[in-house]
Write a protein that binds this ligand. Structure first.
Ligand SMILES: *Cc1c(COP(=O)(O)O)cnc(C)c1O
Length: 468
């Protein structure tokens, strides 16, 4: 073990140097992947030196998500106190299903969940769990709602149509999950958004009334805190009124920007959050922990038990259910995703988390200001968002992003809103400083874009980002 830890340290140093000196790894076209690095699995053991050389090559050619040139996704950077916690979780290798096997790590998870429930105004009846990502958090929410409003579905399967509601700008996992839970993708009603990408509550109300009149059974509404492309916040309070009027489950998908709950200055963006039935947030997005760290909390924990507990005598050999976390999770064996958030929070305090969140909005303001003051740019995004959407000169967003990527200059993606395509710059890496942000624009301005109308699909990098 100690030898491998030494090797780990050497490789980590190589990675950190690479991040500084070659912040964007030269991409390998996917059709050349297997001729570029030896990924094959040998019959015989590798010689240590070959093994190390291959690992070094693999590190060098892998995209650097923690570099100051990575703005491509809704995560980025590396907050070392959180990374430390994740490394410890790997070393400890507990499974979170029982108190017997996870011991005090159960407490680590429970303390986090309690604190988050308290912060959003959920009472003592609430609880939550860590899901394998925001899509799965959304899955757990919609499944709890299905089981609440159609308890037979769990034992007998679906017998009638149920409908659910989400904005046309929400995450694609809502449609996938509708299929997973047996309700069906076609029962998802996409509600129109206003000019800034927020769901229109009156449109929601209209659609629900229409569906009730058509003898359908509405059961679930998903609101979003930080839509995937624009970073828009749905009006939770207004949507909650509609849900109350029709007795529907309200979930708030805060995978992207739910972490505004940590900031006194920005938590007004989720005003009314206490009125929801469930809330999810990805700490691996705004809080900068390693992937993945997704939390789902339910206002009434009975729904977690109703949908996710299954008696298993061989597993639950001590009988305090409150400490046997497997009773409320999707998985059986479950990785310890809590420790990395706990080490971060413990070391920087709630005030430190608040600073992380505020910094991202500050950097987004720097970027917006730069764009507004520069005639070559057009801005497409709005205040109170850490997705800064823009176009540069008349270069199509896709061309711009692809060429910057192929030439290993910058990693940034593009998106679409109301038929307009644009670059989506995400200021989610809280270690990015003002000068890094300015350097991003200077890199674009110094770059010689080739005038080719449509890019060859070289490396399969050009999917539109709302599939995130
Ligand atoms: C990222 C995101 C998700 C999905 O989270 P994963 O952890 O990638 O599964 C869901 N909803 C929104 C709004 C997101 O931004």
């Amino acid at each position: 073990m100690l030898n491998d830890l030494k090797l780990f340290q050497e490789l980590t140093e190589i990675l950190l140097t690479e991040e500084r000196e070659t912040p964007v790894a030269k991409p390998i076209p996917s059709q050349h992947l297997y001729d570029s690095i030896d990924l094959s699995l040998p019959e015989d053991a590798s010689i240590d030196n070959d093994f190390k050389a291959t690992l070094t090559e693999l590190i060098k050619r892998t995209p650097k998500t923690a570099s100051t040139s990575f703005f491509n996704q809704l995560f980025g950077g590396r907050i070392s106190r959180a990374t430390l916690g994740d490394l410890l979780a790997v070393m400890l290798n507990n499974s979170m299903y029982t108190y017997k096997v996870a011991g005090p790590q159960v407490g680590v998870e429970k303390v986090l969940l309690r604190k988050i429930c308290d912060m959003i105004g959920y009472t003592a009846t609430s609880d939550g769990t860590f899901a394998p990502g925001g899509s799965m958090s959304n899955f757990m929410a919609v499944l709890m709602a299905r089981d609440k409003y159609n308890p037979e579905a769990k034992t007998e399967g679906m017998s009638h149509k149920m409908t659910l509601y989400t904005s046309e700008c929400s995450h694609y996992s809502i449609a996938k999950n509708a299929a997973f839970i047996g309700v069906g993708r076609n029962q998802v009603k996409a509600i129109k958004v206003n000019a800034v990408g927020e769901m229109i509550p009156s449109e929601l109300d209209l659609q629900i009334k229409k569906d009730i009149a058509a003898n359908l059974q509405p059961f679930f509404v998903n609101a979003t805190a930080g839509t995937t492309v624009l970073g828009a916040f749905d009006d939770v309070e207004a949507i909650s009124k509609v849900c109350k009027a029709h007795d529907l489950w309200l979930h708030l998908d805060g995978a992207y920007c739910g972490s505004v709950i940590f900031s006194d200055a920005y938590k007004h963006l989720v005003k009314g959050i206490a009125l929801t039935d469930s809330f999810s947030v990805n700490a691996h997005k705004m809080l900068g922990t390693p992937l993945s760290c997704s939390i789902i909390v339910a206002k009434d924990k009975k729904h977690l038990y109703q949908s996710f507990s299954n008696d298993a005598e061989y597993l639950y050999q001590t009988n305090d259910d409150d400490y046997n976390l497997g009773k409320t999770s999707i998985q059986c064996g479950r990785r310890n995703d809590a420790l990395k958030l706990w080490t971060l929070w413990k070391s920087v305090g709630s005030k430190g988390l608040e600073k992380i969140v505020a910094h991202q909005f500050m950097i987004a303001d720097v970027a917006r200001k730069y764009i507004k003051n520069h005639p070559d740019y057009t801005l497409y995004s709005f205040d109170d968002s850490i997705s800064v959407c823009f176009n540069y000169k008349d270069i199509p967003a896709k061309t711009l992003c692809t060429q910057l990527y192929e030439q290993a200059a910058l990693m940034v993606g593009f998106g679409k809103f109301k038929e307009q395509e644009f670059v989506r710059l995400v200021t989610i890496n809280s270690l990015i400083q003002e000068q890094d942000m300015i350097a991003f624009f200077k890199t674009i301005e110094a770059f010689e874009f080739e005038n080719k109308p449509e890019n060859k699909e070289l490396v399969g990098n050009s999917q539109v980002i709302d599939e995130e």
